[in-house]
Ligand binder design. Structure first.
Ligand code: DGT
Ligand code: CA
Ligand code: CA
Ligand code: ZN
Length: 606
């Protein structure tokens, strides 16, 4: 029986997680175009995301009657998913699809074309595909639409080009990692402990790269055949591309490719090193070995005869660190293995001590039901305390953001009272925990902020973020951002480039200039830890610290579980070589507050 045949009921079409997620996302888009209630749109968007990142086959959940156990999937959507899995389509969805030409939905993937614009292009100009949109823009026809000019035509043409360039099929880290973890868990559960002496995820996933080409896994076993058999028949597996004694390649129901290699215990160190990479790091390692008279491959070192050891002598390493040490190098954290200078530091025993999850003492950017969060302040505080944090900043959206009911100075006052009450309770109980008064202040199109200065001055932590006008040209968006950085009330620049991995490219912001200004003014720069943002990314975050900036790593949680995303932010920081002292939310409360702008008096050079 083929592995995929097992996971489907006889006679029903086999629909993968990825397909279900795509359909739900499509419905969300359709609903936006027909101007449905925004909560309904959000419900479908959330459900799509939940299914896309689900660590197991949705068909199995359905067979167990557990669709509603998926976080973010309510009764109505669960029913629709069930109908889809059983019959191949959902009647209600088909009706909706018949209403809107599919090309109109595709236009939504062009940056700058939102649902309102797509609807107008369709209804007012009868433009119903991306190609037709390009032609209309090139022919100067879009300016017939009220509010459209030559400039918007240029922007749309550039957007179409960008959207085309983005069509590679790498998988966002936040999607690949839970899936890989579910594979590890399933394999361990299926095999007796002695059959699986070691099992680890390697490749780009072990390095926490922001997107993943394929997943690589490495195991040690005395019974590789049993391991391969267990792997091939996992419920997550859709098809087997190839399977031999030492290596099996499969495609999962989500479309992700996974390679599993089994090696002998004595080969583990060399194999783990080799398959963690990256390729450039490995090439450099190979040269270092050669210079010492050894040929390095995925199993061992073999003497070339040019050194002291007789030609052909083989050396094995049970652990990676032993291999590195044999070649005179310190063990390097996988996040650093990108051949960006880490090997030289390892040789000189000068590797930095990287920040870890355990160093984090609090968070400075997160949301509650006061704006678009799903949990109230007390619940979020409880989650933060559960993670051992000493502080958490309540930073709901300010007014100025179209979508959510943002906070104005008046509501901020009311919120302050709730925060004070909770803080008093913990103080009375002798608990070492403080809620901070914060806000994620909206940066308007002209660089002014969603709150007046007096309102910001009253807060402990001000995060300023750009959510709209992300397609402004380089000069405009950079000037807008600099205005914010020079505002003495803005402590932290939130997700600076606005990118959404795999969905929306970064803005054209001149990051280098903005980082210089942040260093000069003492504005802290955020690594937004949400795996679809990771913004700043590793390269920019490293540059920021080089220039003298401090960093805050924030999960930007909108619900309790959102705080678990912190590990992605930590990984990005580690890929940027950041140490605890570079990250202000590793500091005790008073020291952290001391780094925020308005606490330090007049703006000073860092
Ligand atoms: P990916 O899958 O594109 O996200 O990136 P990786 O780094 O996982 O690359 P992949 O899957 O092609 O290969 C897995 C590991 O194997 C990689 O991290 C380093 C190693 N590797 C791949 N190609 C070469 C190569 O040509 N030479 C050497 N020395 N190592 C390689
Ligand atoms: Ca890979
Ligand atoms: Ca691979
Ligand atoms: Zn936020």
């Amino acid at each position: 029986m083929s592995p995929s045949a097992k996971s489907q009921a006889v006679g029903s079409p086999h629909i993968t997680n990825r397909e279900v997620a795509a359909e739900l996302a499509l419905v969300a888009d359709l609903l936006q175009i027909v101007e449905a209630n925004r909560f309904r749109v959000m419900a479908f968007q959330n459900a799509a995301e939940a299914v896309r990142t689900l660590g197991q086959d949705i068909n199995i959940l359905h067979a167990e009657g557990q669709l509603e156990s998926i976080h973010g999937v309510g009764e109505a959507i669960a029913k629709a998913i069930a109908e889809m899995l059983e019959t191949g389509q959902v009647q209600e969805f088909e009706k909706l699809k018949a209403e809107v030409p599919i090309g109109v939905v595709e236009m939504l993937h062009v940056p700058d074309v939102g649902p309102k614009t797509a609807r107008r292009l369709w209804q007012e100009l009868n433009v119903t595909s991306v190609d037709a949109l390009r032609e209309a823009a090139e022919a100067g026809k879009l300016r017939e639409l009220k509010g459209f000019g030559a400039k918007s035509e240029q922007k749309i043409l550039r957007g179409i080009e960008l959207a085309a360039r983005r069509s590679d099929d790498r998988i966002p880290l936040g999607e690949a990692r839970p899936l890989a973890q579910s594979l590890v868990t399933s394999l361990r559960a299926r095999l007796p402990e002695r059959a699986l002496q070691r099992l680890e995820v390697t490749g780009s996933l072990r390095r926490w790269r922001e997107t993943i080409g394929d997943v690589d896994m490495l195991a040690v076993s005395d019974t590789p055949d049993a391991v391969m058999e267990a792997f091939r028949t996992l419920p997550q597996v859709e098809s087997v591309l190839g399977s031999g004694g030492a290596k099996t390649s499969v495609v999962l129901t989500t479309g992700m490719r996974v390679d599993l290699l089994v090696v002998e215990a004595k080969q583990w160190g060399a194999a783990l090193q080799y398959f963690t990479g990256n390729k450039e790091h490995n090439i450099e390692m190979r040269e270092i070995a050669l210079r010492q008279g050894w040929s390095l491959n995925e199993k061992s070192l073999t003497a070339t005869g040019s050194g002291k050891a007789p030609e052909g002598e083989e050396r094995f390493f049970e652990d990676e660190a032993d291999l590195y040490a044999f070649l005179g190098l310190d063990w390097m954290p996988p996040e650093m293995r990108e051949n960006r200078g880490e090997i030289n530091l390892a040789r000189r025993h000068q590797l930095p001590t990287l920040v870890t999850l355990g160093d984090i003492r609090g968070e400075l950017h997160g949301h509650t039901t006061w704006s678009d969060g799903a949990a109230d302040i007390a619940e979020m505080a409880d989650a933060a305390r559960g993670r051992g944090y000493a502080y958490w900043s309540v930073s709901d959206h300010s007014v100025g953001l179209g979508m959510v009911g943002g906070l104005d100075p008046e509501r901020l006052q009311a919120q302050a009272a709730e925060i004070a009450k909770l803080n008093e309770r913990w103080a009375n109980q002798g608990e070492d925990f403080r809620l901070l008064r914060g806000c994620e202040v909206e940066v308007l199109a002209d660089g002014t902020l969603g709150l007046p200065d007096e309102a910001m001055a009253a807060l402990d932590v001000v995060v300023a973020s750009i959510h709209s006008g992300l397609r402004q040209d380089r000069e405009t968006i950079t000037a807008r951002c600099l205005k914010v950085v020079y505002n003495p009330h803005v402590d932290i620049l939130g997700h600076p480039t606005g990118r959404i991995i795999g969905v929306r490219p970064p803005s054209e912001l001149d990051v280098e200039r903005v980082l210089h200004a942040c260093a000069e003014t003492g504005t802290v720069v955020e690594i937004n830890a949400h795996p679809s943002r990771l913004d700043l990314n590793d390269v920019y975050a490293r540059r920021a610290v080089e220039l003298g900036c401090k960093i805050a790593i924030n999960s930007d949680a909108h619900e309790r579980a959102g705080m678990e995303m912190m590990e992605y932010g930590i990984a990005t920081a580690r890929r940027a070589w950041l140490r605890p002292q570079d990250v202000i939310n590793t500091y005790p409360l008073e020291q952290m507050l001391g780094f925020l702008k308005d606490r330090r008096g007049p703006v000073q050079r860092a």
